[in-house]
Write a protein that binds this ligand. Structure first.
Ligand code: 3UK
Length: 544
C-alpha cells in the first residue's frame, strides 16, 4: 500500500458511520434525561422501595432510603450555593454517603468529581485547582490531608465532612454533612438535563503525573450498565455484588453502583482497605453472587494461609478481574481451587467500563476475551491501517460511553479522542479465534495493583533525595507475573550503595507520593543507558 492508500484506509475506518448492527445495541435516551432519576428514583415507581440497595459497614439502606438520602444531599449542596454545571469534589470512602452525594450532585445538574482516596495533599491541591470545585465532600478520616490547603482555595465555598468529626465550624465554611442532612428536605425534583449534559468527571493520571479529568455525560452510565453489566455479566435483580475496587474508580463505580442500580440488585460497600482477610470475611458474611477484584488481590487470596473460606463462594456465579492483565496461571489456579471462573476484561476511565471481555461459558485465560457487543474495537498500525491477525498494533475503540474530552486539556484530548473513536494507548493482538491478547502500553505508564503509576513521578520523587544523582523507573514482574515499579538509581559522589540506603529511598518515596507508588526494588548503577540526545532508554532497563 502507498502512503496515500493507507491514509485513505485510515480515514475509512475513522470516518465510517457506526454500523447499524452496533448502533442497535446502544440505548436511545429521551431528550430530557437525568441519570439520578434513572438509577435511583425509577425504583420507587417500579415498586422496589423496600428492597435493600446498599449494605455498608454501618447498616442497610433500602431503595426508598437511598432516594431520600440522595434528595437530602442534593438539597444540602444547593443550600451551600452549588449551581448547575459546577463541580463537587468527592473524596469519599465507600459508605452510603458516596452514592448519596454522587447522585445528589447529578440530580441538581452539578458535576460529581470522585477522587482517589489514597492521594497526598499536593495531589488534592492539584485536583481542587483543576476542577475549580465549589464544594468538597470528604470522609472524616481523610480530612487531615485537605486541612493545610483549605484556606488557600479561592473558589471553594464550603467543605462537607462526612462521618464523625470535631472539625465542623460553620464560620470557617466547614460543615458536618450529617447535621445538614438532618435539617434538609427529603424532597427534590431533578433539574432538566439532557443525556449529553456533563454528569461527572473521573481523573486519570497522565505520564507526566498531571491528572486529566475525563468528562462523562448523563447518558454514559446506562450504556455500560446494559452493554457489559446486563449483556455480559447477566446481572439481575436477585444479585448481591461485592467489589474490592472502590467506587471512586470507574471500575468500582460500575461494579457496585450503576450495575446493581440498573437492575434493582444489592451492593455491599466497605470503607476498609480490601486486604485478603477483609475481603474473605465480607464474602463469608454476605455470600455475594458476583465478586469483582484486581489480579494482585486474586494472587494475594490464593497465597493467603490460615484463612477460613467456608461459605464465601457458596452463591458465587462468577468473579471479574480488570485494571491490569490477569496472568493465565492465576486464573487457572483460582478456577481449580474455588471452582468459579474469573472473567478478565479491559476497561478504561475514558471508555467508562469494560469493552473487551471474557464471558461466562467462554473463558480463555491469558487473554482479555472478545469485544463486548456495542463496542467496535480495532487494532491499527501507525498509519491507521488494520493489522493482520497475530500482529501487534494500537487498540482503538468506538462506543456509546466514551468521554468526549479531558477538561481543560486541548492537546491531550486531541491526541486521544477522534470523533467517537478513542485511542486507548494499549498494544494488542488478535488470534485466529478472535480473542484479544494484551501486549503492553505504548507509553511508559504502569498499572500497579490495577492503579496507574507514572514512572516520571516516581523518578522525580527519588531525585529529590540528597543521595540521588538520577533515577529511572520501569515496570518489573513479581513472582506472580504482576507489574511493580523498579528503580535504577545513580548515586551522587560521596554516597555508597547499601541495603539501608535502599530501604531509605523506598521510605522516602512513600512519604512524598501516594504510598502504592513506591519502588519495590532499587538497583544501584554507576550510569543509566541514554540516547545521544541524553534521553534515558527505559526499554534497555526493562530488558535487563
Ligand atoms: C489497563 C488492562 C490488560 C490498560 C478500568 C475496568 O482499569 C480501568 O481503567 P483505568 O483508566 O486504566 C485503563 C488501562 O488499564 N487495563 C485495564 N484492564 C486491563 N490491561 N488487561 C486488562 N483486563 O492499560 C487500560 O488502558 O484505570 C477497568 C473497568 C473500568 C475501568 N476504568
Amino acid at each position: 500500500m502507498t502512503v496515500q492508500e493507507s491514509s485513505l484506509a485510515a480515514q475509512n475506518i475513522l470516518l465510517a458511520p457506526v454500523a447499524d448492527n452496533i448502533k442497535r445495541l446502544w440505548m436511545t435516551l429521551p431528550s430530557r434525561y437525568n441519570a439520578a432519576s434513572h438509577f435511583v428514583d425509577r425504583h420507587l415507581g417500579e415498586g422496589r422501595g423496600a428492597k435493600v440497595a446498599f449494605i455498608d459497614d454501618r447498616g442497610k439502606y433500602t431503595y426508598e432510603e437511598l432516594a431520600a438520602r440522595v434528595n437530602r444531599a442534593g438539597n444540602v449542596l444547593r443550600q451551600l450555593g452549588v449551581e448547575m454545571e459546577q463541580r463537587v469534589l468527592l473524596c469519599l470512602l465507600d459508605t452510603i454517603d458516596f452514592p448519596s452525594l454522587f447522585w445528589g450532585a447529578i440530580k441538581i445538574g452539578a458535576v460529581a468529581v470522585p477522587a482517589n482516596t489514597m492521594l497526598t495533599t499536593d495531589d488534592y491541591q492539584a485536583l481542587l485547582e483543576d476542577s475549580r470545585a465549589r464544594v468538597l465532600a470528604v470522609s472524616a478520616p481523610l480530612y487531615e490531608r485537605f486541612k493545610p490547603i483549605i484556606d488557600k482555595q479561592k473558589l471553594l465555598s464550603a467543605v462537607l465532612i462526612c462521618g464523625e468529626s470535631a472539625e465542623a465550624a460553620s464560620e470557617k465554611r466547614i460543615y458536618s454533612f450529617d447535621t445538614l442532612c438532618r435539617q434538609a428536605s427529603a424532597q427534590l425534583e431533578p433539574v432538566d438535563t439532557s443525556p449529553d449534559d456533563v454528569a461527572f468527571w473521573l481523573y486519570s493520571s497522565g505520564s507526566t503525573g498531571a491528572p486529566k479529568g475525563a468528562v462523562h455525560l448523563h447518558g454514559d452510565l446506562v450504556q455500560t450498565a446494559v452493554l457489559y453489566g446486563q449483556n455480559i455479566l447477566g446481572i439481575r435483580e436477585d444479585d448481591l455484588v461485592f467489589s474490592a475496587p472502590k467506587l471512586f474508580f470507574a471500575y468500582g463505580l460500575g461494579n457496585s453502583m450503576t450495575f446493581p442500580l440498573q437492575v434493582g440488585a444489592t451492593a455491599v460497600l466497605t470503607a476498609a482497605r480490601p486486604t485478603p482477610a477483609i475481603v474473605i470475611e465480607l464474602m463469608r458474611k454476605y455470600r455475594p453472587t458476583i465478586f469483582y477484584g484486581v489480579p494482585t488481590l486474586y494472587a494475594a487470596i490464593l497465597a493467603a494461609a490460615d484463612v477460613d473460606f467456608s461459605g464465601a463462594f457458596e452463591r458465587l456465579r462468577w468473579c471479574v478481574s480488570a485494571g491490569e492483565a490477569l496472568p493465565e496461571e492465576i486464573g487457572l489456579k483460582w478456577k481449580e481451587r474455588f471452582g468459579v471462573d474469573i472473567l478478565d476484561g479491559i476497561g478504561t476511565t475514558e471508555i467508562l467500563h469494560i469493552f473487551i471481555s471474557n464471558r461466562p461459558g467462554d473463558v480463555r485465560y491469558g487473554t482479555s476475551g472478545k469485544p463486548v457487543p456495542g463496542y467496535e474495537v480495532r487494532i491499527l498500525d501507525g498509519t491507521g491501517r488494520e493489522v493482520a491477525d497475530k500482529e501487534i498494533g494500537d487498540l482503538w475503540v468506538r462506543g456509546p460511553s466514551i468521554s468526549p474530552y479531558y477538561w481543560n486539556k486541548r492537546e491531550q484530548s486531541a491526541q486521544t479522542m477522534y470523533g467517537r473513536w478513542i485511542r486507548t494507548g494499549d498494544k494488542y493482538w488478535r488470534d485466529e479465534q478472535g480473542y484479544f491478547h494484551y501486549a503492553g502500553r505504548s507509553d511508559d505508564m504502569l498499572k500497579v495493583g490495577g492503579i496507574w503509576v507514572s514512572p516520571f513521578e516516581v523518578e522525580s520523587a527519588l531525585a529529590a533525595h540528597p543521595a540521588v544523582l538520577e533515577a529511572a523507573v520501569v515496570g518489573a514482574s513479581d513472582a506472580d507475573g504482576l507489574t511493580k515499579p523498579k528503580a535504577f538509581v545513580v548515586l551522587k559522589e560521596g554516597f555508597r550503595a547499601s541495603a539501608e540506603l535502599e530501604a531509605e529511598l523506598k521510605a522516602f518515596v512513600k512519604s512524598r507520593l501516594a504510598p502504592y507508588k513506591y519502588p519495590r526494588w532499587v538497583e544501584f548503577r554507576t550510569e543509566l543507558p541514554k540516547t545521544a540526545t541524553g534521553k534515558i532508554q527505559r526499554f534497555k532497563l526493562r530488558e535487563s
